[in-house]
Design a protein around this ligand. Sequence first.
Ligand SMILES: [Zn+2]
Ligand SMILES: [Zn+2]
Ligand SMILES: [Zn+2]
Length: 344
Amino acid sequence: METDSITIDDLYGISPVKSDLRRELPESDVRILTSGGLKIPVHSSVLASISPVFESIIDRPRKHQGSEKVIPILGVPRIAVVSFVRFLYSSRCAEEHLEKYGIHLLALSHVYLVPHLKQICSKHLAQRLTTDNVVDVLQFARLCDAPDLYLKCMKLVSNHFKAVESTEGWKFLQDHDPWLELEILQFIDEAETRRKRTRRHREAQSLYLQLSEAMECLEHICTEGCTSVGPYDVEPERKKGPCSKYATCYAIQLSIKHFATCQKRVNGGCLRCKRMWQLLRLHSSICEQSDSCRVPLCRQFKLRMLQEKRRDDSRWKLLVKKVVSAKTISSLSLSKRRREEEEE
Ligand SMILES: [Zn+2]
Ligand SMILES: [Zn+2]
Ligand SMILES: [Zn+2]
């Protein structure tokens, strides 16, 4: 196929078995001129039916009536053009050609509006991205408007920037396409922000979950009592084993004991007491029982809020809301897990 004497059967990949197809085709009426002077005989009807760009080229009036129409496709390796023409006839692309001429075929499919080939090339190139070729492919993806491939390239550059930075492709880009360089740096910056935002969100979510668990334990200690702390009218059962959330529960029991006996107290600036105070206030904000609640200071906090008609500040309200929703989410996912276990 490297010579100029390409037969029509070679070109279209028509095997002797498919020679019926060959007979059905009329004589070629157009030639495609490649770099190196190769002229490929093709059929205007086939080209026009697949590519609207070829269609308009073919419909254009000729300068010299009667002369054979020649469509030049220069600037890409001629084997890439041969492979492209083959695709127009067979809707197939040889793996070795994709391997060698993937970016050229992508460009051809873009210029001549052949979306199916464009998809094949994008997918193929995306699967073979490396830190060495990613900058070149990225440039083609942008030029050829291949958004999936473009995004995949950007992600690879962003995740392996140190390695990409030392490639020839990157150095060339810095010298010749500062806009794309800027675009890449912006993408990396935004990706970093996205990552930080997700991490912050996850951390916050786990804090709300911890607070919601602390609320559960607080209620449980003040109503049923646990290993060492309980309501005054409930006999502390020494033999009672640790509850299901004992790590949190135990810490809160210690805090309650401390809170009851601390000399500095909240006003004295004891940080531990202040934290306990906030847990009790948080409970009161969430608690829906009125008089029957046994958590210390629950009613007092509620009364104070009523008497002072003081609006809770918005950050406190937001905290309460987040803790409640964290509790809802965790109980929903718990019951979902339980359901799944039952189904198994
Ligand atoms: Zn407990
Ligand atoms: Zn204290
Ligand atoms: Zn309460």
